[in-house]
Design a binder for this molecule. Structure first.
Ligand code: ADE
Length: 250
């Protein structure tokens, strides 16, 4: 997979050299290019923003630098053999980023991110590129960040761990909270490792029983308990067929 990021803060994307994403890059499974938007400015102050038409607070990122930077980014990618780019525009006004969207993005060969600062990018930029490629406006949650770069880090990490060969054990994302499958719509329950006693606290006996059926049942009960406590909305929208009589008695 190829990922391009156009930003006025290239250094903000340095965590993409670390840990899982860094390893995926080193292993050649992910090709990440970060481009400085200010390379596409031609005035003395490298201006990328201006006041909004219609008035109001803040500044809006200008069409000119974004148009040139995106044209260059797309040209470079096509020249390197990339194809079918998707423009991913992080914005609090976007559609919610979910595990299902991460799975969708992980199947795309090429993502181009446009993290904005200030009040966002002049809307003509997305309108223009939407005539040529899919454009997805994506929000990572109902809060407002100072810019989209942190959202790019979040989305890239969620996508990279789904790429073939990136996680050692494929089962580790089959069990994720929000993964499709048997535990769909439930959060993951608590986990334990050695030592068996810590500060007087033991671990649930069932986990030492070696009884796979009972362990699976316990995990499901704990997942349900945690979901009811932390995310009752997930239970409300789940398929009632996913829950049995025993669940309802909990
Ligand atoms: N930029 C600012 N806030 C954001 C959010 N919640 N999601 C994505 N991009 C953003």
């Amino acid at each position: 997979m190829r990922i391009d990021v156009v930003t006025i803060f290239p250094e903000y994307l340095e965590p993409l050299n670390v840990s899982l994403v860094g390893k995926a890059r080193a292993a050649g499974r992910l090709d990440v290019r970060v481009r400085d938007l200010r390379q596409s400015t031609y005035d003395r102050h490298n201006t990328v923003d201006d006041t909004p038409y219609g008035g109001g607070p803040g500044m809006v990122m200008m069409t000119g630098p974004w148009g040139e930077a995106l044209d260059q980014t797309l040209a470079d990618g096509y020249e390197a053999g990339a194809h079918h780019p998707v423009l991913v525009v992080p914005t609090p006004s976007g559609r919610p980023f979910t595990q299902a969207l991460a799975v969708d993005l992980a199947e795309r060969p090429w993502l181009v991110f446009t993290p904005a600062r200030y009040e966002g990018i002049d809307s003509r930029v997305t309108a223009e590129y939407a005539t040529r490629l899919p454009v997805l406006e994506v929000s990572i949650g109902d809060y407002v960040l100072a810019g989209g770069e942190a959202a790019v880090l979040v989305i890239t990490e969620a996508v990279a761990r789904l790429l073939p060969g990136v996680l050692g054990n494929a089962q580790s994302h089959a069990d994720d909270s929000f993964a499709p499958g048997a535990m769909a719509d439930l959060l993951e329950g608590p986990v334990y490792t050695k030592p068996p006693t810590w500060r007087g606290r033991g671990i649930p006996d069932v986990l030492l029983s070696g009884h796979h059926g009972r362990i699976a049942r316990w995990r499901r009960d704990e997942a349900l308990r945690r979901t009811v406590a932390n995310r009752p909305d997930l239970i409300e929208r789940a398929d009632p067929a996913a829950f049995g009589k025993k669940d309802r008695e909990m």
